[in-house]
Design a protein around this ligand. Structure first.
Ligand SMILES: [Zn+2]
Length: 246
């Protein structure tokens, strides 16, 4: 069983269009059971999140929806409640680089995170792009909200991988997501310092090729238990999928 914590669809900045059916085909090809979806294409939060809700309605067993929130939008808090209550989404996605704010100097962000907290959903945030999306900046946010789970996408990418792991080492409410991180020493350090219980597989499809995102794990010595945690159990826990049965 494989769950992919981090995918998108819509039109990329290069103008290529990817639909939910394309996503499902890619998931089928690589044996991925469920994927966590948010849409970065477009400018209107409500419209963006509606497309994700439609995708979840079309493939409820395969797609897990995330609300994409710009904290500087005056309707951000309202949109959080709409996504998590009305649309039953399982997470929130932030992208401070694309939305143009400094996470450690954005007063609205605290209010938005306080609105998210009671829903107990994870926050997936892009990390690793200077100057607006450093793991260290997002760590100051995670530190202020210790009861909220943050998943740092890309393990801080190329330049900030080691520092990203140091942040997560210090703060137990930070997990790291592996898409785009191809530095084996960074992946090895994550495994050693955080353990498999705080590492989550994600592909960032369609921006990355799922095959290479999966293949790189062959270079690490993973036991079956470790693999299960990274590729399935951690996502299941954060999406609280088991809770639905209660
Ligand atoms: Zn993303």
């Amino acid at each position: 069983m494989i769950y992919d914590f981090h995918v998108h669809f819509g039109t990329t900045s290069q103008g290529k269009k990817f639909t939910v059916d394309d996503l499902i085909s890619a998931m089928d090809y690589f044996g991925i059971e469920k994927a966590g979806l948010s849409v970065l294409a477009g400018v209107d939060m409500r419209e963006q999140n509606d497309t994700v809700a439609e995708a979840v309605a079309k493939y409820p067993d395969r797609i897990v929806g995330y609300g994409y929130i710009n904290p500087r939008d005056p309707k951000a808090v309202e949109e959080v409640h709409r996504c998590l209550k009305d649309l039953n989404m399982k997470g929130i996605k932030f992208h401070s680089w694309k939305h143009g704010y400094y996470p450690d100097n954005c007063p609205q962000l605290d209010e938005v995170i306080k609105a998210i907290e009671p829903y107990k959903v994870p926050i997936l945030t892009h990390t690793g792009t200077a100057t607006l999306s450093l793991p260290q900046q997002w760590a100051t946010v995670a530190e202020k909200h210790p009861d909220v789970t943050f998943v740092f996408a890309h393990i801080g990418y190329y330049d900030f991988g080691y520092g990203c792991i140091e942040c997560a080492k210090r703060l137990p409410n930070i997990y790291v997501e592996t898409s785009g991180q191809h530095e084996l020493p960074v992946l090895e350090k994550a495994l050693q310092d955080l353990g498999p219980e705080r590492i989550i597989f994600g592909s960032d499809w369609p921006y990355k090729y799922i095959g290479s995102e999966m293949e790189k794990f062959k270079a690490l010595t993973l036991t079956d238990e470790m693999r299960k945690a990274i590729f399935y159990q951690n996502a299941k826990k954060l999406w609280r999928l088991g809770d639905e049965l209660v």
